[in-house]
Ligand binder design. Structure first.
Ligand SMILES: Cc1cc2nc3c(=O)[nH]c(=O)nc-3n(C[C@H](O)[C@H](O)[C@H](O)COP(=O)(O)OP(=O)(O)OC[C@H]3O[C@@H](n4cnc5c(N)ncnc54)[C@H](O)[C@@H]3O)c2cc1C
Ligand code: SF4
Length: 426
């Protein structure tokens, strides 16, 4: 029998960037907030420090900071006629399970969207006519504009210690920055990271060919920094253990260094770790959400936490899982109709970091290059030339060592590798 707890103003499910930012802002606004996080609390001094943090077996192979697929996994199928099979091992998609969420072990690339990315549908229609986008294609404008979001991008960059070079400040193009970015109010809080040799050579070659290379914006502090909330960062050590690891230098912009400690100092905030939310609760007519049910995974005890507001911050896929388990909304059915409002219609992920060159489809010659990830969006085309990380080249090489060893195992070359969803090849 679940223990019913006292009602609070807000319950936050999952404490990564989204849960951390909301917890900080709402407690400052005077609301009583309880955050339920199924992972553990870890501290930089004891958990992300040298030498133990450079443990590839623990973090890269055994995914110590990430969702445990033996306890909760995703299922994968390519079309509705297939049986959905569980994904037993994480691949490149590595959702976090710890206070701070995925952003403890993220890379920290911090691109802003451009103005046009918020209104792709309108722009296609304006250019190619109303009938250009097929009726069953769900492409939409976002309903908010870049200009409305700009102050929040700015606030985030200053919170997360983003290093970079502005390309457009209030409409004035800046030398050395991305000339295609939409206008920003001011410079990045920190200068760009020092380029690695390959990046430097690429930049020089690109420049000599008439392009405009610019440094990747990254939440890896290029020098010691104190953010506007007083959170202190060390300078990036270019250590090579960035993605998949916590930062040994407190240089990576992460919620457990910034917004979460600030929320935790506020008496309005309470964090309950090892608390796995299993359902969103509704009132008797099913129209209003009243709280959540959760289990303490250490003791097995079950609780109901009533709340005036329920904020699902458990990452897009887990949020959808929870609303479907709770009977909220209409599950997505790709066959019935693509236009019916539905939960979990699309989920996409960026690909790995890479050197890419971009040109506007309507402009030649190619105009700019960047040494990192960029979303493939309408109006741009790209080509990938090599791969590396924002802060240093080594993380990707080091991360790949386990895979390289796996690739050398007997049988690997003969195509006997087990696919990631646990099925065997036909
Ligand atoms: C390896 C890696 C590299 C990345 N690199 C970049 C990058 O360079 N640039 C970029 O922009 N983005 C990057 N991302 C993506 C970015 O980190 C995430 O999009 C972002 O951190 C998600 O924040 P979130 O708050 O939505 O969710 P998360 O940070 O995933 O937090 C969700 C939290 O909810 C908890 N949770 C889940 N289910 C439950 C439940 N039922 N009950 C209680 N708690 C629950 C989880 O334990 C987790 O702590 C990367 C991600 C990964 C994994
Ligand atoms: S490369 Fe820099 S930001 Fe990344 S983990 Fe190392 S010190 Fe931290």
């Amino acid at each position: 029998m679940a223990t019913k707890l006292k009602e609070v103003d807000v319950v936050v499910v999952g404490l990564g960037w989204t849960g951390g930012i909301l917890s900080k802002e709402l407690t400052e606004a005077g609301l009583k907030v309880v955050a339920l996080e199924r992972g553990a609390m870890r501290t930089p001094a004891s958990d992300y420090s040298l030498p133990s943090i450079r443990d590839e077996l623990r973090y890269v192979v055994r995914h110590d900071l990430m969702q445990n697929t033996a306890r909760d996994t995703l299922t994968v199928r390519n079309n509705p006629s297939q049986e959905a099979l569980p994904m037993r091992r994480l691949g490149s998609f590595l959702p976090g399970e710890v206070v701070g969420g995925s952003a403890v072990h993220w890379s920290g690339l911090t691109w802003r969207w451009t103005d046009m990315e918020f209104k792709v549908r309108s722009m296609y229609e304006e250019r190619y006519g109303k009938n250009f986008i097929p009726a069953d294609m769900t492409i939409q404008d976002w309903g908010i504009t870049y200009a409305e979001l700009e102050p929040y991008y700015d606030k985030f960059e200053h919170t997360a210690a983003v290093s970079g070079k502005a390309g457009n400040i209030k409409g004035e193009i800046q030398a050395g920055g991305n000339p295609f970015e939409s206008p920003r109010a001011r410079e990045y809080p920190l200068p760009p990271l020092t380029p690695i040799l390959a990046s430097q050579m690429f930049g020089e070659a690109a420049k000599s060919a008439g392009y405009h290379p610019f440094p990747t914006p990254a939440a890896n502090a290029s020098r010691a920094y104190t953010n506007p909330d007083g959170a202190k960062f060390g300078a990036c050590q270019y250590c090579g253990f960035c993605q998949r690891f916590g930062c040994e230098a407190n240089a990576k912009g992460s919620p457990h260094l910034t917004v979460i400690p600030i929320a935790m100092r506020n008496p309005n905030f309470e964090l309950r770790t090892h608390s796995w939310v299993t359902k969103v609760l509704k009132d008797s007519d099913g129209k209003r959400v009243t709280g959540v049910a959760y289990t303490n995974v250490l003791t097995g005890e079950e609780f109901e936490q009533p709340a005036g507001m329920v904020l699902l911050c458990a990452y897009a896929i887990n949020n959808v899982h929870l609303v479907l388990l709770s009977g909220i909304g209409q599950p997505y059915d790709p066959v019935a109709t693509a236009t019916r409002p539905a939960r979990a219609r699309r989920c996409s992920s960026k690909a790995a970091s890479s050197i890419r060159s971009w040109r506007r489809a309507d402009r030649r010659p190619p105009a700019t290059t960047s040494t990192s990830t960029w979303r493939s969006t309408a109006g741009r085309t790209g080509s990938s030339a090599a791969t590396w990380c924002a802060a240093a080249s080594t993380p990707r090489c080091r991360s790949a060592t386990a895979r390289c060893r796996a690739a050398r195992r007997p049988g690997a070359r003969r195509g006997r590798r087990r696919p990631r969803n646990g099925t065997r090849p036909p």
